[in-house]
Design a protein around this ligand. Structure first.
Ligand code: PCA
Length: 207
């Protein structure tokens, strides 16, 4: 089985991104039965989705998991839906790494309003909890780069006759990101890795 996992560069003044660090760690778990491919994506609205779709076309994986950090969330969260909206908000806007600050722009002009994930997220959420990793289902991937990436991925995947499982997991901040913001919830990289591995093993088992 081939699984493609994507992550992101740091953004918004962060020095690291667990969604980048996890890629190196998970690549080491590749085996003959489970080939793991990874791609690091730029935190840029106009590039993130295209780069991921290009990689899906090149690798032809049996499943795709996109990862991103969501500072403030306390558990690993399976995103249910991506929406056709790019918006950096009006209060604390964070430009993307190319300085783009969209306000209510479509991800794909005239595309559907939203796409549901094709990952069996309820089942995977239960599996993660059983393996001792705090996890939840989220009904909003936001309107920043993670949502845009998920939308492009599903726009591509959902057109296939038999769509492969494809979804987005938001991970919490790691402790090093909370040193000067000690109120934000964190989860160690090793706990996040344990959760990601449990997801991959289950996808392999279900194949
Ligand atoms: N998190 C951001 C973009 C990159 C990342 O890791 C998000 O949630 O949109």
């Amino acid at each position: 089985m081939k699984i493609l996992i994507s992550g992101f560069e740091p953004f918004g003044g962060m020095k690291t991104n667990p969604a980048m660090e996890l890629l190196d760690e998970i690549k080491e778990k590749s085996s003959d039965q489970l080939e793991i491919y990874t791609i690091l994506l730029p935190v840029v609205y106009s590039e993130c989705g295209e780069k991921l779709v290009e990689k899906i076309k090149a690798v032809e994986p049996d499943a795709v998991i996109a990862l991103g950090v969501a500072k403030g969330r306390a558990s690993m969260q399976f995103e249910q839906i991506a929406i056709n909206m790019e918006d950096v908000g009006s209060e604390k806007e964070i430009a993307d790494n190319a300085g783009d600050t969209p306000k209510g722009r479509a991800v794909i002009t005239n595309g559907p309003d939203g796409y549901f994930t094709t990952l069996p997220i309820r089942h995977l959420n239960a599996v993660l909890r059983q393996s001792g990793v705090p996890s939840a289902i989220s009904n909003s991937a936001g309107t920043y780069i993670c949502n845009t990436t998920m939308y492009h991925m599903l726009h591509y995947v959902r057109r296939a006759l038999k769509p492969i499982p494809a979804g987005f997991i938001h991970v919490p901040a790691v402790p090093s990101m909370a040193v000067n913001e000690p109120h934000i919830p964190t989860m160690t990289l090793s706990a996040q890795l344990q959760g990601l591995q449990a997801v991959l093993l289950e996808l392999e088992r279900m194949e």
